[in-house]
Design a protein around this ligand. Structure first.
Ligand SMILES: NC(=O)C1=CN([C@@H]2O[C@H](COP(=O)(O)OP(=O)(O)OC[C@H]3O[C@@H](n4cnc5c(N)ncnc54)[C@H](OP(=O)(O)O)[C@@H]3O)[C@@H](O)[C@H]2O)C=CC1
Ligand SMILES: O=C([O-])CC(=O)C(=O)O
Length: 443
């Protein structure tokens, strides 16, 4: 017989209170497809009130026993959570920050399958930041989401205090401080881009409304599902109570791809490349800015003297990297996208190194570059590490950049016209050209 010691909450015993949160720790409590896995609460223990949870070595589940007058049953002292919650862990948790709630949509998809385990490990928000994961799926994926939750459970992450799965964004987004919106319909063969904008736009309009109603008022939202700039715009327009500044479209993967290509050409390790801006849309019109990027602190054009390659080979390789990868893999980037989501969030929760910046798709109102207001456009940003950011204001734009930035801007304006019915800006009119409106994965 192995013994694991558990601490009970200082307040009323959750084991005695049928409506307590811990009641939900019984696996897969299901209400309207909203299911909840939960660890014991933090900072609510006293060393004097302990429960012993005894585990038979050859039985499947631990059996809680009574101590200090507190009643426990096998059902309430739930499986792995009993085993992982011991006094030593509790000592460590004393210095932990207050738990934060993180929603992830498309949680049964490829990108999430990489991302969720990074979030739970502490790699993103830090080793003293406990988290609750709120996973949004659909009727299609609810079974798979249970599988995801089980894998998270089996990973024994100390910082992962709670896992909820559900299909209703109004429930899943309740009190979330971060929302990572990945779930979106992929473009199928023969599908018009306007149709994709409409189908995915509806998803992001609904999720914007739900965030507006249920999320923490200062929630930070990172839109990954494509076309991510316009989806982010739809989302923010449907969430008027949340600052527009809090919405991001993921262009960090493009930034990382650009750094990699420059490092390769210059023959340096990629950590030597800094100040990399991606301007514009996450599409083949995006502009990887080699004018302002630096290698070993020097302007790229001084280090790489083949300027034709910069203007053509480099630029195109970044714009079309996603498509090439699909050709090789047979599916779009998932692991590197998850890594870039981690990078994007870390850039907001840690101070930007002196003199450097990062790229993210943000709302253009008040931008110093003359880019049309009312778009979500990738630009250079800096953060103090408080979750917020400022636009970098003094980046040089030459004629080459200006022309290409204008093309991406025109593309986003066209996308915006296609979704006017979803942003509350009138009747949609879709005049997207066939060539200039490709996702990176469509080439
Ligand atoms: N911004 C960027 O840099 C990148 C963006 N992407 C984009 O990220 C998104 C997700 O990619 P990935 O995880 O690989 O994709 P997957 O297809 O593996 O999973 C995405 C999830 O989207 C949801 N989904 C699929 N079809 C529909 C639909 N018709 N309606 C609503 N939801 C749907 C599904 O979840 P459920 O059934 O639970 O709703 C699915 O699990 C895609 O839009 C992709 O283009 C990809 C790479 C880079
Ligand atoms: O088009 C896609 O789905 C893939 C994508 O965004 C990328 O690889 O950058």
């Amino acid at each position: 017989m192995a013994m694991a010691e558990l601490s009970t909450p200082k307040t009323t015993s959750p084991f005695l209170n049928s409506s307590s949160r811990l009641r939900l720790s019984s696996k897969l409590h299901l209400s309207n497809h909203f299911r909840h896995l939960l660890l014991p609460p933090l900072h609510t223990t006293t060393p004097n009130s302990k429960i012993s949870c005894s585990v038979s070595q050859n039985s499947q589940a631990p059996v809680a026993v009574q101590e200090n007058g507190l009643v426990k049953t096998k059902k309430e002292c739930y499986g792995v959570f009993c085993l992982t919650y011991d006094l030593k862990a509790e000592e460590e948790t004393r210095s932990w920050k207050k738990l934060i709630n993180i929603a992830v949509s498309g949680a049964a998809g490829m990108i999430s399958n990489h991302l969720l385990f990074k979030l739970a490990s502490g790699e993103v928000f830090g080793p003293d930041q406990p988290i609750a994961l709120k996973l949004l799926g659909s009727e299609r994926s609810i079974q798979a989401l249970e599988g995801v939750a089980m894998e998270l459970e089996d990973s024994l992450f100390p910082l992962l205090r709670e896992v909820d799965i559900g299909t209703d964004p109004n429930e899943v987004f309740q009190d979330v401080e971060w929302a990572i919106l990945i779930g979106a319909k992929p473009r199928g063969p023969g599908m018009e881009r306007a149709d994709l904008l409409d189908i995915n736009g509806q998803i992001f309009a609904e999720q914007g409304k739900a965030l507006n109603k249920a999320a923490s008022p200062n929630v930070k939202v990172l839109v990954v599902g494509n076309p991510c700039n316009t989806n982010a715009l739809i989302c923010l327009k449907n969430a008027p109570n949340i600052p527009a500044k809090n919405f991001h479209a993921l262009t960090r993967l493009d930034e990382n791809r650009a750094k990699c290509q420059l490092a390769l050409k210059a023959g340096v390790f990629y950590d030597k490349v800094s100040n990399m801006t991606i301007w514009g849309n996450h599409s083949t019109t995006q502009v990887p800015d080699f004018l302002n990027a630096r290698i070993n602190g020097l302007p790229v054009k001084e280090v790489i003297t083949d300027h034709k390659w910069l203007e053509e080979g480099f630029t195109e390789s970044v714009q079309k990297r996603g498509g090439l990868l699909i050709q090789k893999w047979g599916r779009s980037s998932a692991a590197s996208t998850a890594v870039s989501i981690v990078d994007a969030i870390k850039s907001l929760v840690t101070p930007t190194p002196e003199g450097d910046w990062f790229s993210t798709g943000v709302y253009t109102d008040g931008n110093p570059y003359g880019i049309e207001e009312g778009l979500v456009f990738s630009m250079p940003c800096r953060s103090k590490g408080d979750g917020d950011y400022e636009l970098v204001k003094d980046v040089e734009i030459d004629d080459y950049l200006r022309q290409r930035i204008a093309k991406s801007e025109a593309e986003l304006l066209a996308e915006k016209r296609c979704v006017a019915h979803l942003t509350g800006e009138g009747i949609a009119y879709c005049d997207l050209g066939p060539v200039d409106t490709m996702l990176p994965g469509e080439v």
